[in-house]
Design a protein around this ligand. Sequence first.
Ligand code: ARG
Length: 595
Amino acid sequence: MESILKEKIREAVKVLYKGDAANELIQIQETRKDFKGDFTLVVFPLLRFSKNTPEKTGETIGNYLTATFPAIKGYNVIKGFLNLEISDAWWIENFSKMISESNLFGKSLVSNPETILIEYSSPNTNKPLHLGHIRNNLIGFSLYRILSACGHRVIKTNIVNDRGIHICKSMLAWQKYGNVETPESTGMKGDHLVGKYYVMFEKEYKLQADELMKKGLDEDEARNSAPLMKEAREMLIKWEAGDKEVLDLWMKMNSWVYAGFDETYRALGVDFDEIYYESETYQHGKDIILDALKKGVLYKKDDSSIWIDLTADNLDNKLLLRSDGTAVYITQDIGTAVLRQAKYGFNKCIYVVGNEQNYHFQVLKAVLKRIGYKWSDGLIHFSYGMVELPEGRMKSREGTIVDADDLINEMKITAREVSLELGKLADFNEDEKEEVFRKIGLGALKYFILKVDPRKNMTFNPAESIDFNGNTGPFIQYTFARIKSVLRKADQTNIKYDNNILSDTTLGAKEILLIKLLRNFKINVSEAAEGYSPAIVANYCYELAREYNQFYHDFSILGEENPSIRNLRLALSEVTGRVLGSGMWLLGIEMPERM
Ligand code: ARG
């Protein structure tokens, strides 16, 4: 509409004032809710042609449009704003197109599809996933779906931090205190079992350090000389030297962890196209660094450690390889980025990583740039905020860290309690019920997290997230199920509907509002893609669900006697259901047909 309107207004300026209005002078926006009308023309920029008051100019253009353009049925002018009212027939025609559209996102939304690599999750293998990872995974996976829906080629990747001193800590503790426990022998999930030994290491290590401090060592000395820490360091050296025994243990324990992670990813409904392992990329990073040193981009200190001077980029001097030649955190990132670029030739690589690593990613980009990789301009740190539970809730086995598996389980349990209370699923068998509870519990979790601007810190409130009447996933799911139930009933009672909405059907304000919202779906999806913000899609879905519910309360659908109005209302319900389904799909949220 906006583009046809613009054309018409340009024509009006030509005919009425003999002027040639450039595109940017014709500003059209949706009319604000408190005014009558659908689209509003900002008149001020056109005064240069009319040489008249804003009111008079608005009147004249409004008059012209109403007389010559059948889609405009009336207008009003308020100050310098011309509010145009669109005819029902135009809305109906527009809506009819939507009904028959099979792809609601419009695969061709972007004119310049890019190859985008998106990295998310990226855990360490010494601990199970926690609430922060949940937010990370949900954002990453949803961005993947949104960007793909807009026509980009998107590759989902993960980098597992599977080597280093922290991994040796859990290995060492298991070796010392583990009594050859395995996931099978204990019935424990592998990542939890390994996490247990990491915690055990930290505990024993602290006891040793405290003991040494009592003997008069200062904290640093005590921490460095504690026997457990020495052993862990020795283990790391053996690992880097390829010691068979250490590598076997490492592979065994990591395989437990991966089985555990897989289970959590599956429960969360996220996956990856390619998983990178730090153990396989850090060496490449080292090679690149040594090469760059030769070229004089880096410098070596007396102790043989290798550095880069980034002060010209307003960053610090940064260590890239330790004096003993071992890798640091950024070493692997350098190698991984280069490998990814070589394999995929990405235009952009989006790292979904918490905002505590802002500096790290500034440095990474600057280092790659300095070494000469022009594509490093395409590295984007998607920096998201912290997520916590409300004060005093859910202490996990590791203290304040909220375990991902525990939380997912708890959500299902809460969904069961809430749904059974509402007593809706009487005729479901147990499996069907469990499936609905799973969808609701996860829908609540995912929606509550994704509706928030990813950059902001947030509190995840489980009870609030599952409120069927709030701005929640279950509210939207419930609206969807309600639509499905209307459509099923229509089917059962043999009420047919089709996409042939008669153009003389009269529309109510609520119906027009729904049509307007529905046609905004695509714009919201592309804005979400451009701003990397699933929250835009989430809040759009909520608004649509809310409007539909209003409409559902105010009008009867199946009980409507006029067949063409009934047809319109059924079609509106069907398209709303489809858009809600697609919108929530973009967020990775499943929708129950009944609940
Ligand atoms: N495993 C790291 C951590 O837990 C996060 C990795 C983020 N990604 C990256 N490419 N550095 O802190």
